[in-house]
Design a protein around this ligand. Sequence first.
Ligand SMILES: [Zn+2]
Length: 490
Amino acid sequence: MIAIPREQYLRESTMPPVQEFRLDAGEFRITNGSRFVLRGAIAPSAGEIARQRIRQYWKCEGDVQIVSEPASLGAEEYFVEVSPEKIEIHADTAAALRYAFSTLRQLAESERGVMRAGWSQISCLKLHDFPALAFRGIHLCWFPESSETDLEKWIRMAAYCKFNYVVLESWGVFPFRSHPEFGWEEKRVPVETFRRLVALGKELGIRLIPQFNLFGHAAMSRCGTGKHAVLDLHPEFASLFEPDGWTWCLANPETRRVLTELALELYEAFDHPEFFHVGCDEAYNAGSCSLCARYDYSELFADHLRFFHDLFRERGCRIMMWHDMLLDRADPRWNGFICFGNRSLSELYKTLPKDIVICDWQYSPVFYPDGSPREDWITSEFFQNAGFDTLSCPWLSAELILSIGRHAAKKHQFGVLQTVWHKDRDGALDFYGAGSAAAWNPEAGSRPVVTVRQECFNRYVRDIAHDMNLMKYTDFGRHQYQVIPESHQN
Ligand SMILES: [Zn+2]
């Protein structure tokens, strides 16, 4: 018994869900010499993008023909028509062409009715697809416990589901040359590895943005673990931090000097990206030392932000920051919403440069007095109305992710930045399924059957594993193990 009609199954198995989809009768066989017609204002080099993907996805050599004429489409918009004779793609940019091929890969199936498939095939269909939001990002963490294989897998998966940015935060693993003490010596990841992933991202059409926390989270370790990537081994640097070590000491001029050197090293290793994320969330106990106490702290913080804003702006790069310290937690307007600032910090938005991208993270449903969940994410609207490009940033729960995506699309915000933190494996289906839907097509993602089912997602994880030529049991799938060995449990 088939659970849902095939057209519905195909449409809903795309990740993110395609905007317009129609299934026709018949199949197109993808094998040596199969015809692909690319129509649009694309450069002749686009032919190589297509041939490379046909080779990689379906293990054959396609007959690729380019018809150079503007299709007059958006930069990421494409049309696809699959008929028994050919696949025709309309796209004006390499990005749109890549997206068309990602969708085709998800919709293809192997030859049916045989023991060993000799080719792949795809049902005849028509597609029209385009994103709801311009900035579609996912925030990934490189913990000392993370593996290079996993990071590469998730970057590839992000590109596969049409995210165009990855914010990559190093948790004490980046090998700083200027200050090697700032990170776990035994857990350093070679800088060449970062450079390789940045270059891979470019090839896949996804830009990697470094994050370095210039305010709170200075321990470069999850707070609940009690670790500190600098002070555990180098207590001599305690003056650069507030007494508890969690937040940088902004009144110490040496802090700014060190942070500048660290930040610019990251910027260079990520090949001069157009954005740099400076963190700035959860700066608990900020300004608690005897030196900071002598200053107007909100002015100290504003000066700190402006310094790094200018440092990067001179290089043609915009800083992005988390929103929470810029709102007053005692302000009744924000009841139920995440914010950790005080009254004086909450005035800063008026004077900060408006080309700072504000990343508004909201991780819990907020309710009206009658108990119904709010669909208006007013903190992100607040920054948007103040003139900032604003990214809405969900975390767990498909429902919440899609609610935030719907609101961002309705308000024509800059985009969505899906956060992951330490849940990259457990939450993967929500992050890539619902998260990509939230940024690309949040209305479709809200239909009763929510975007990608686990089984489809697992297939896409397998596609990525094949792209990476993985061979080891622990490298496949979302989790390293099906049953966690007792030695790995707390
Ligand atoms: Zn201080």
